[in-house]
Design a protein. Sequence first.
Length: 196
Amino acid sequence: MKPITPLLTVDAVIIYEGKLVLIKRKNPPYKGQFALPGGFVDIGETVEQAVIREIKEETDLNVKTVKLLGVYSDPKRDPRSHTVSICFIVRCDGNLKAGSDAEDIALFDLDNIPKLAFDHNKIMEDAKEYIDEILSEKVMIIEDIPRDEAKEKIKELIKERDIYPDEISEKLHIDFKLVMDIVEELIKEGKIAVVE
């Protein structure tokens, strides 16, 4: 018998131009209320791929760096059903605009965050210390290097030690989405293996 398990979702604390990106929800629950961008993980994608996709769909922004914030699993966090959210803090660039899933989109000062949907105010409380770190860091320069060169650098780094895609992006100054694409390519080619 197939086990009945919670639904898997992702949420994103997006720092853009020094402010927090929030979407106004178009659909129930919490219709018309502000929330962190996010959504359900599709079958066949990783949570990192899901957060990149959801951010693009809801804000049209491009993800540059990703840091795992935490896992939120209170059975009452979503009135529809039991969901578990993997939450990330991300840096993005591009032109901010509301996507099809959002009624509106807005930037908020970090000391003036409204009442949010779901458990997103709790997520923001947990994120504060990390946001301060991000804002105090120098902006990472993303190197525009050929894909083949990036692939070789990533392969060599992974050979040296176990490392996560966000660490690769930060260490090599390579765009996070490109890192994800190349890591998937290397796995398919059998050049690297995922260790559980």
